[in-house]
Design a protein around this ligand. Structure first.
Ligand SMILES: Nc1ncnc2c1ncn2[C@@H]1O[C@H](COP(=O)(O)OP(=O)(O)OP(=O)(O)O)[C@@H](O)[C@H]1O
Length: 229
């Protein structure tokens, strides 16, 4: 479980998150949406223990987050943080050596699904293929919490749909909590349990996707449009 209690994050003068309170429970896929600069990445980095709150606290399974949280949180970052001289196979082997929960069999299966060349060096991969590799690396960990910052960025619109469908089969939804930030909300709408909207560092709405559809008969985009007006 993830809890943010009265969390404020300030970068010098800029308040990126402003007194955020939120609880996320396991066995769900959450989508976090908001305009550029609304605080999405900041929220993920706080949960991943890469940065710390200015005020308030971030708890994972009841414990205040610090660097050790990386043993339970798999984080797909927006940035390319890999060794460019490694090839795909070597990068996977490196991750396998770093994380005890890394499932090599799953990684190999995903490499095939993503049609990645195992021998291609990272510096030679296209942006889209680096995006695919990031998905392989983050989802191959059997970590209870998976954080994905813009996982579809760089991927060709033509293949996004089939990749999203594939993703769901690589998530262990009986065990994992997945939090995804995206600007392509329509493309992941079908796999989300809940959507959370953030604006200017504040959570401005949260909805169960099925409820939106069944009770209000609207899609996520309609709901977002109504609350952002
Ligand atoms: N290291 C930093 N130093 C100073 N300001 C920062 C830093 N990181 C983020 N910010 C600022 O904090 C605010 C929130 O940034 P954040 O990256 O969390 O937004 P975001 O919703 O993920 O944006 P995007 O959709 O563009 O990725 C922005 O105004 C951003 O400029």
């Amino acid at each position: 479980m993830i809890e943010l209690r009265q969390v404020t994050k300030r970068y010098r003068r800029k308040i990126a998150l402003n007194e955020v309170n939120i609880t996320l429970t396991p066995r769900k896929i959450y989508g976090l949406v908001g305009e550029n600069g609304s605080g999405k990445s900041t929220m993920l980095k706080l949960i991943a223990g890469l940065i710390y709150p200015t005020r308030g606290e971030v708890l994972v399974d009841g414990n205040r987050v610090d660097r050790r949280v990386s043993s339970v949180v798999s984080f797909l970052s927006e940035l390319d943080e890999y060794y460019s001289f490694f090839n795909v196979e070597q990068t996977i082997a490196f991750y396998h050596s770093q994380f005890p929960d890394f499932d090599l069999e799953k990684a190999n299966e995903m490499v095939k699904f993503m049609k990645l060349d195992r021998k291609a060096k990272l510096k030679e991969l296209s942006k889209g293929n680096r995006g695919r590799l990031k998905l392989v690396l983050s989802l191959s960990r059997n970590a209870p919490i998976i954080l994905m910052d813009e996982p579809l960025s760089g991927l060709d619109p033509m293949v996004r749909n089939s990749i999203v469908k594939g993703l769901i089969s690589f998530i262990d939804i009986d065990k994992q909590l997945v939090l995804i930030t995206t600007h392509e909300i329509q493309e992941i709408e079908n796999i989300l349990d809940e959507v959370i909207a953030i604006k200017d560092g504040k959570i401005i709405g949260r909805k169960v996707v099925e409820q939106l559809r069944e009770q209000e008969n609207v899609g996520i985009v309609d709901w977002l449009t109504s609350i952002y007006e």
